[in-house]
Design a protein around this ligand. Structure first.
Ligand SMILES: C[S@@+](CC[C@H](N)C(=O)[O-])C[C@H]1O[C@@H](n2cnc3c(N)ncnc32)[C@H](O)[C@@H]1O
Length: 355
């Protein structure tokens, strides 16, 4: 392939299409998006904290940079399996593996065909598609061993937060209504869908990391096979009611609810703590660790507590809630957001003193 340039991300040097020659990353014959660097770096940390000697499959590899970074930086990869349906991508993957002296099994197949063939052979499957991971999730769980890690990226954020209701219903089987905390509902929508697919494949999931960044949702879930445990998934599936600024979890859908969604923990604070000692994203990870310890599937926005058009600053609000003995934290999902298990009325009463 012509028009390749040498790039660097993390500890890996690799060839990718020259963006100057193609105008934008979507027109290039092989896909590489530098804006996904945080996604890849955090995933290296997830693998590092997850185990060693892992069989890792990335069935939608693009340039191969993700799998390469896992092999070179995590110290956790025993066997690496890369794949892309594009012949050009596979040629670039092979070139990049050679450049970094990394061994991998490389395939040029449809991801679902490969994953079905790999049946129960993988410790980690990372689904990183264009748009929605939904078409690959059943096959991804089939490729996992009895105990494994399923990672997925979704860039169809507008669908997941409910901006296209019919598509959301079609693709994820869910309804997401308008709320001030729509980003969290989008993340929980994806997690809920993954949990239901997992259950249908007899897997129970436990989220280790899930977060939002401007143009995508990312999820890494510990997955354990067993029909009895899989039944338990439904303890964490529910509906979120939002009406007149009040929020609550509901078992059944109604006019003001969004669902079905994952209403359990978004991640594992201890796992995140282990990850956060490593890297430059430690501040972001520390925030996630705090958020994951709040067991309420929503957040509040400060303007919801405005009096005469004036609302407290985030710092003021957190300090006042702390003073009142209410646990609350900032959220990575909105700069004016606070997560707390306290009800709207009580938070409003406490914050009224700020304005
Ligand atoms: C978003 S890119 C992957 C980026 C890569 N994971 C990274 O981190 O840089 C998605 C890739 O999936 C490939 N692809 C699309 N549909 C596929 C399919 N059905 N089977 C295998 N590969 C597919 C595309 O050619 C593209 O390279």
């Amino acid at each position: 392939m012509n028009h390749l340039i040498l790039r660097q991300e993390g500890a890996v040097r690799f060839y990718a299409p020259d963006p100057e020659k193609y105008g934008n990353i979507y027109s290039a014959p092989v896909f590489y998006n530098p804006a996904m660097e945080r996604n890849r770096t955090l995933s290296v940390l997830v693998l590092r904290s997850f185990g060693t000697g892992l069989t890792v499959c990335e069935p939608l590899s693009g340039s191969g940079v993700r799998g390469l970074r896992y092999a070179v930086e995590s110290g956790s990869v025993g066997r690496l399996i890369l794949n892309d349906v594009s012949k050009e991508a596979v040629a670039v993957i092979k070139k990049n593996l050679e450049l970094n002296g990394v061994d991998a099994d490389v395939y040029n197949e449809d991801a679902n065909v490969l994953l079905h063939r790999l049946k129960s052979a993988c410790d980690v499957v990372d689904v990183d598609p264009f748009g929605s991971p939904a078409p690959f999730l059943h096959a991804a769980f089939r490729a996992l061993r009895e105990e494994g890690l399923l990672c997925a990226t979704a860039t169809d954020t507008a669908v997941l937060v409910g901006r296209y209701p019919r598509k959301c219903l079609r693709r994820y089987g869910s309804v997401v209504r308008k709320t001030p905390f729509y980003i969290e509902l989008g993340l929980r929508n994806l997690l809920g869908y993954i949990a239901r697919v997992a259950a249908s494949e007899d897997f129970y999931i436990q989220p280790l990391l899930s977060y939002w960044e401007r143009h995508y949702f990312r999820i890494c879930v510990y997955s354990v096979k067993g029909a009895r445990d899989a039944d338990d998934v439904f303890r964490h599936i529910g509906h979120v009611m939002y009406h007149r600024k009040e929020r609550r979890v509901a078992q059944f859908p109604s006019q003001h609810t969004s669902g079905p969604l994952w209403v359990g923990p978004l991640g594992d604070p201890l796992f995140i703590h282990r990850m956060s000692t490593f890297d430059r994203y430690s501040e972001f990870l520390q925030l996630l660790e705090l958020e994951y310890s709040v067991h309420a599937p929503w957040f509040y926005r400060l303007p919801e507590f405005a009096v005469d058009g004036k609302s407290p600053t985030l710092r003021e609000a957190l300090a006042m809630l702390k003073e009142a003995g209410i646990y609350a934290t900032a959220t990575h999902m909105a700069s004016d957001g606070i997560k707390t298990e306290e009800g709207y009325g009580e938070v409003r009463r406490v914050l009224a003193g700020a304005t």
